[in-house]
Design a protein. Sequence first.
Length: 186
Amino acid sequence: MILPVSSLVSVTPGVLAAGGTTNLLNGLIFSTNTALSSGLSSFTTAAEVAATCGVESIEASMASIYFAGYTNAQDLPQTLYFYQLPATPADTDYTTALTNATAASADWCAFAFAQEPDAAAKTAIAAWMPTNPNRYWGIVQDNDASILQADSACFGRTVAAQATPGLTCLCNTDGNGTLAAALCLG
């Protein structure tokens, strides 16, 4: 079966102005880790994240992957932002956090989550994305086992069906989707 590239990727043409304010290699991770400062925090090394969040934390693992970039990369990530969510976030906390993070800094583009949001929160995130078209790239993991079935009603299928702009759903059925999200950010 041959798939057209357009079924996997869509491109919105655009031009970055010289000296623009958005650095596409700065990512943002939303986390419930209480060691983080309230609101937006920035880090320039994985060691800084490990010192703040703990060496064994998912945040430290994500930062390690993020800052490593990839072999022969022309540019490497410079800054990783974290936004602290409440310890047990309500579904509306995600869209509030997205709005607050955009107001706090325009120096990031892609975002992901250290802890997978629940289904209702994912729907709220998907509804937030079109309000900021072609500006942000959201990477959301999905541990719903039906994600691997063609006719499922999982979040990833909903994102594809609605052609939600700027949102990518990563399979997280094996628990590695969170680390894959960090790889996408970097």
